[in-house]
Design a protein around this ligand. Structure first.
Ligand code: SAM
Ligand code: SF4
Length: 438
């Protein structure tokens, strides 16, 4: 989502006559787009702001802006603490950027806009990094208030974009040659709820699948387990363009912890859901997010998380140690867990998950998959890279002319995070998303 917002910010500036540069010393405007989800992300920004102080001293005309969740959460405190910051721009106000730059130049002092009222301009991203695959925001904000999470406080309440506007953007991407779209939201499967929109998320997938000629693949992230409907499972099973990958954050495997996280489901519900998904879509990959050391997590609770991971057999698990976030209920819960315990549990969890990821990837050796080629391997010119429908990254010998094409790849080798393969003769043919033995 942050990468998508960064592209939108770049696109807004390009529309106003700016040109993108990789050379920070020649930039008239430098923006830091920030994340607040964990403390490490905020500390990175603070370190970077410290380093940028010298640049601002050397070139006082350069505008330094901070955007995103940290800007929203810190507001004026950010420009007070770092007087060399010129612009603080909140998450609902991205299209205001050119106006803020103008005002900052006129006033000669810092300007802050963290209003929660969404900016009226709707802005279509025209400055994307990839020419093959594109992110599309379908909704903003979150209503779930998981007790550890800062997102509802920095991105506001859930607001769904209209399906007609989303479809217009997808069609324009198809016309520009894009082959894949990823629909973004904090909880995409509650799309449409509480709005005038008549379609639910399954209906939106069906609309794009049917109407967006030229788009070969539709992905989405993230889904909340409590809102996965039978209609969504039908969509995954039946719509040919919808990829066979489901990112389904579990967060924990203990019912005690899940309740205190305010997640709204139990481990039994989650495991049943994962099983149903596999029954409906047998070759689906399921990935997850997990947190260790949530306040009050006992060794038994943590053992339940390890057990859930072993039982569900995730393709990938993104594991984090709990980071207390300002204003969230969990930050003031009793029984905060010492950092060394959080870290020990994190390493244990990563070890178990890595073994599972490795075993799942090794089982793919000798199978073939349809891969959408996204680009060259930056570390090896003779190699190109793309993804399977199940969202596995594959590297294989090839040339830049294949970028944007669907090719059939036989998997020959594997690591935890990526696969290696070779192109089969039947270049560009569809194999209906299933992995078949060679
Ligand atoms: N909306 C998505 C969902 O419900 O799962 C995810 C949003 S959050 C930006 C991405 C992941 O960060 C979460 O799934 C969670 O595992 C992790 N996360 C959020 N708050 C955290 C915290 N305070 N400490 C550690 N990890 C956190
Ligand atoms: Fe955060 Fe929970 Fe909302 Fe995800 S669903 S963004 S974890 S509050």
């Amino acid at each position: 989502m942050n990468k998508c917002d960064s592209e939108v910010l770049a696109s807004i500036l390009v529309e106003h006559g700016y040109v993108h540069t990789e050379d920070i010393d020649s930039a008239d405007v430098v923006l830091l787009n920030t994340c607040s989800v964990r403390d490490t992300a905020e500390r990175k920004v603070i370190g970077k702001l410290g380093r940028l102080k010298h640049l601002k001293q050397d070139r006082p005309d350069m505008i330094l802006g901070v955007c995103g969740c940290m800007a929203q959460s810190w507001g004026d405190q950010l420009s007070d603490k770092f007087p060399h910051v010129d612009i603080v721009l909140g998450t609902s106000r991205l299209p205001e950027l050119p106006r803020l730059i103008k005002r900052c130049r006129e006033l000669g002092s810092a300007v802050v806009d963290i209003s929660e009222t969404p900016s009226e301009d709707e802005f279509l991203n025209k400055s994307r990094e990839s020419s093959v695959t594109a992110w599309i925001n379908i909704m903003h904000g979150c209503n779930n208030f998981c007790s550890y999470c800062i997102v509802p406080y920095v991105r506001g309440r859930e607001r769904s974009r209209s399906s007609s506007s989303i479809l217009r953007e997808v069609k324009s991407l198809a016309e520009a040659g894009y082959k894949e779209v990823t629909l973004l939201g904090q909880n995409v499967n509650s799309y449409g709820l509480g709005s005038d929109e008549s379609l639910d998320f399954a209906g939106l997938l069906a609309l794009i699948d049917r109407e967006a000629e030229g788009i070969e693949r539709i992905r989405f992230t993230t889904s909340h387990p409590k809102d996965v409907s039978p209609r969504l499972m039908d969509a995954l099973a039946n719509l040919p363009k919808v990829c066979k990958h489901f990112h389904l954050p579990a967060q924990a495997g203990s019912n005690n912890v899940l309740a205190r996280m305010n997640r709204g489901y139990t481990r039994e519900y989650y495991m049943d859901l994962a099983q149903k998904l596999r029954e409906r879509v047998p070759d689906i990959s399921i990935t997850t997010d997990l947190i260790t050391g949530f306040p009050g997590e006992t060794e038994e609770d943590f053992a339940d998380t390890l057990d859930l991971v072993r039982q569900v057999q995730f393709d990938i698990g993104f594991c984090f140690r709990y980071s207390p976030r300002r204003d969230t209920p969990a930050a003031s819960m009793e029984d905060q867990i010492p950092e060394d315990v959080k870290l020990r549990r994190l390493h244990e969890l990563l070890k178990v998950q890595d073994e599972i990821s490795m075993a799942k990837n090794e089982a793919l050796i000798g199978t073939r998959h349809e891969v959408l080629v996204e680009g060259c391997n930056p570390r090896d010119e003779s190699q190109i890279t793309g993804r399977t429908s199940t969202n596995k990254i594959v590297f294989f010998p090839g040339h830049a002319g294949l970028i944007g094409q669907l090719v059939t790849i036989a998997i020959t080798d594997t690591g935890n995070w990526s696969l290696r393969g070779e192109q089969c003769e039947l270049e560009g043919t569809r194999i209906e998303h299933t992995a078949s033995l060679l």
